[in-house]
Design a protein around this ligand. Structure first.
Ligand code: B16
Ligand code: MG
Length: 215
């Protein structure tokens, strides 16, 4: 039995459990180039944790063209189709180091496990990775009205798990996402760099350093 003070751990997917950010990057890059707007890896960092339409708005902000709502929806659909082609090749080999061990540690400690991804493709990615059954509850992003940094998705996960937000540890890799955890009143474990994830309570480089009793 663990001495950890949490009753649940709620994980992000992209950038924490698997690196889908690279596939998002490839799909957005093709779209941006077709629209004649600049796009590179540095800009892609701003899109981590941001939902699909929010990401599209950020990319098109540097275009001189004004897009109608229908045009934006068509572009978002096109990007998503390309993204789905890319993630269809994913497998358990795409799990980031330490991810499965971290999930198993939380399970062995008798805590609940949630997933809070704003990706509408999260269920597909979990299936491709072969880890769907490791979660007690996976938030359906289609039911979330406000994306990160709003706390809605983390509060929904806690409610469905039957755990108070103050008893949850949230695990995230992006600035907007860590803000979402903090706004929900949870402890935030950042995955990445401490000088970037300044709002996180603790930051570790990857789940390979995950130690449930240390936070
Ligand atoms: P989709 P997370 C986020 O997932 C990604 O970080 C972000 O880059 C992406 O735009 C968003 O999901 C929406 O994804 O287009 O598949 O619905 O970090 O919350 O797991
Ligand atoms: Mg993420």
């Amino acid at each position: 039995m663990s001495s950890s003070r949490y009753q649940a751990v709620i994980f992000d997917l992209d950038g924490v459990i698997t690196d889908t950010a690279h596939y998002h990057y490839l799909a957005w890059k093709r779209l941006a180039e077709a629209q004649g707007v600049p796009f590179d890896l540095a800009f892609n960092e701003n899109l981590k944790g941001i939902d699909r339409m929010g990401s599209l708005d950020l990319i098109l902000a540097s275009s001189a063209k004004r897009y109608t709502a229908a045009e934006k929806l068509a572009l978002a659909d096109e990007k998503n189709l390309h993204y789905q082609e890319l993630i269809a090749t994913m497998s358990a080999g795409d799990l980031l180091p330490g991810a499965v061990a971290a999930l198993d540690t939380v399970r062995a400690a008798g805590m609940k496990i949630g997933l809070a991804s704003v990706s509408k493709n999260a269920f597909t990615v979990l299936e491709r990775l072969g880890i769907t059954d490791k979660f007690d509850y996976v938030v359906d992003a289609a039911l979330i009205a406000r994306g990160k940094p709003d706390p809605e998705i983390f509060l929904k996960a806690a409610r469905e798990l039957g755990v108070a937000p103050a008893d949850c540890l949230g695990v995230e890799d992006a600035v907007a996402s860590v803000a979402s955890i903090k706004a929900a009143g949870m402890v935030a474990l950042g995955i990445g760099q401490a000088d970037v994830l300044t709002q996180a309570d603790v930051v570790i480089p990857s789940l390979a350093q995950f130690d449930l009793n240390a936070y």
